[in-house]
Design a protein around this ligand. Sequence first.
Ligand SMILES: [Ca+2]
Ligand SMILES: [Ca+2]
Ligand SMILES: [Ca+2]
Length: 444
Amino acid sequence: MSRHRTQSLATVAAVLALAGAAAPAHAATDPLFDEQWALSNPTATGAQEAWTQSRGDGVLVAVLDSGVQLNHPDLISKLWRNPGEIAGNGVDDDRNGYVDDVHGANTMTFNGNVDDDEGHGTHVAGIVAAQAANGTGGAGIAPGARIMAVKVLDANRAGNSSLLARGIRYAVDGGARILNVSLNGDGTSDGLEAALRYAGERGATVVSSAGNNSRDIDATPSYPASSMAPAVLSVTATERSGGLLSIANHGLNSVDLAAPGGSILSTAFGSRYELRSGTSMAAPFVAGALALLAAARPELDQPALRAALLQSAQRPSSLGGKVASGRLDVGAAMRRVVTGAAWATPAAGSTQTGGATVRILAKARIRAGRTATVRWRATGADRVATWRVLLNGRRIGSVRAGTRSQLRKRVSRSGRYRWKVVGVDAAGSRIVAATRSFRALRKR
Ligand SMILES: [Ca+2]
Ligand SMILES: [Ca+2]
Ligand SMILES: [Ca+2]
């Protein structure tokens, strides 16, 4: 038996906001979204492009970790429910070995007590599937997915390979085909390897963090990431700059993919939100990416979806020799699995909700130092009370509907910019939104 643990706790950076706290920016959607760089920066993971096709609706993702805060406001609606189990009757109704395992199981106590007592699992679960567009916190990469909470770590975030093996079998038997394992140990065991093979034989993927020892795990393995079982998809972590996170493990043979893992904002224990860093944060972006692909192409099996992710990865030179493929680009992977006429194309520069549309009219290029103007045209948007205008995610103004439909802002620096216009109703709920990019050229 080998000891396994998560390693991200020491890097908790900050508590950013309380659930339900006043959120002035775009409260109708997700007030912390702009701080979630892995999602709000369109090129960090390609999630926004993938979302044009899929939100991961209904796909089950098992989070094998310290548990999940079940009543977190951004997670409460995202939980899997075991159809064969009656809650709170003290009976193992579906005879799977776990009493009252309604939202998942605790592999130490053989019951459904999966409440998080550490915080790590709650953070990981939110990266996968935190609820989007509910006016609270941030969003997950696959906000339509469901979370099965499998508690394999104790309050000291320690576990072992036999608890993990048990959790893998539970998740697979419960119907999960995407498992996230953000924990690592220096050794493996026959039982763990058998469970990983079992997952593969039943068509599941075990997304595993590469670990945070700044080492080459081809030379010094870390499990389950280094396991040769084909179901294992191991993930290292990148910084916002795109380079490898300094603590992240690497390995040309044993690390498959890189994904954002530096300063990741997600749900925290105690109905909060916080930043954490580590490969533990990178793996769930990949698990969620698989959920997006699975929802878009439910007839494709996990090996095909894994191949799409690996073949479409970005290959920056900074990751050369460190990772077998490259950096996650789920937008490119989506283009690989959804092709031709199947690709759903929204009208350029507009999104539509309940019959309302808005279209942004703005120059594609201006000269830095000049004033940029955004205009918008809405149809069927009678319920919109206020138009909010953002530039690169920062609110620059609000306009009462029916008064005017343009705003101006001086742009001092050259570079890429993005307008966003959001129409909200009198209660602050989002009705419609559109984005449009432009480039400010260097001053002459
Ligand atoms: Ca049961
Ligand atoms: Ca029961
Ligand atoms: Ca949210």
